[in-house]
Design a protein around this ligand. Structure first.
Ligand code: LER
Ligand code: MN
Length: 270
């Protein structure tokens, strides 16, 4: 398993669970200094910075790009893949596919989190899940052209009412035969929703493609009450070789948070 840390350049998400909000050069340098293997990027859109400029930063600091988030499509542009308006759904899918292209050129998968939206009085659960499946199919196909997966993230009940558990996510991907789409195990969401986080990981073994390594309170691992040991054992057991990515609140400070998370990752993997 490898380590990654989140870098956010979206002002609308300045209070979100992302560690570094500083200029990219500074953030890349600190991530490298603290021993991270990779960074996970949260940008306002796919044209925020050129692929070449990101590659230059990555090469200079010997960091990989673990993944690119798409949440700005929701928090900045108000887009959702399950919106009742077809124009918004189309714009949402366009945004996601642009992020898939951007990430793909960096060898990184894109993540669908908050842009999955919610079902409501205007859009039934069945209809919303059908929209979601159609978009995941497109995104999986587009990602395959770059030899990366597309990552779908079940969220906790306060963020979506579509899919809250890893098992439901795995079943959804299987039932709809969604190729090249994997699941994100965000330990914060799972702490709220799963009966047993480690067992949920084992049960979704073939689908786990990325991990947000957050403690129960969404602080760096070690600052809440999650015991990471059985979770790491489960990840080892299923042969997970991807990232443990620090999508956590930058407390008590971004640097202290990043150092704490790195220490927890090193302990977990030792
Ligand atoms: C995104 O990875 C995520 O976990 C969401 O909770 C962000 O709102
Ligand atoms: Mn997450």
């Amino acid at each position: 398993m490898k380590s990654a840390i989140t870098l956010c350049q979206v002002p609308e998400a300045s209070a979100g669970p992302f560690v570094f909000h500083q200029p990219l050069v500074e953030s890349f340098a600190t991530a490298k200094k603290l021993g991270y293997d990779a960074v996970e990027l949260f940008f306002p859109s796919a044209d925020y910075i050129s692929v070449d400029d990101v590659l230059t930063l990555a090469n200079e600091h010997e960091l990989s790009i673990a993944a690119v988030g798409t949440g700005a499509g929701m928090v900045k542009h108000g887009l959702s893949l399950t919106d009742q308006r077809s124009s918004i759904r189309a714009a949402a899918l366009k945004f996601i596919l642009e992020m898939v292209e951007f990430g793909g050129q960096l060898g990184a998968p894109a993540i669908l989190g908050s842009m999955q939206g919610k079902w409501n009085e205007q859009v039934s659960r069945e209809q919303a899940l059908s929209y979601l499946a159609d978009s995941l199919r497109e995104a999986g196909k587009a990602a395959a052209a770059h030899d990366v997966s597309f990552i779908y993230e079940p969220l906790n009940r306060y963020e979506t009412n579509l899919i809250n558990h890893l098992a439901e996510g795995a079943e959804f991907l299987k039932d709809h035969q969604l190729e090249n789409v994997v699941l994100l195990a965000d330990l914060f969401h799972m702490n709220i929703e799963e009966t047993d986080v480690a067992q949920a990981i084992r049960d979704a073994a073939n689908y786990v493609g990325h991990v947000h390594f957050a403690d129960s309170n969404r602080l760096a691992m070690g600052l809440g009450h999650t015991n990471p040991t059985p979770i790491i054992e489960a990840l080892k057991e299923i042969g997970y070789r991807g990232y443990l990515s620090a999508e956590v609140f930058p407390q008590p400070s971004p640097e202290q948070c990043a150092a704490q998370e790195m220490q927890a990752i090193l302990e977990a993997l030792s």
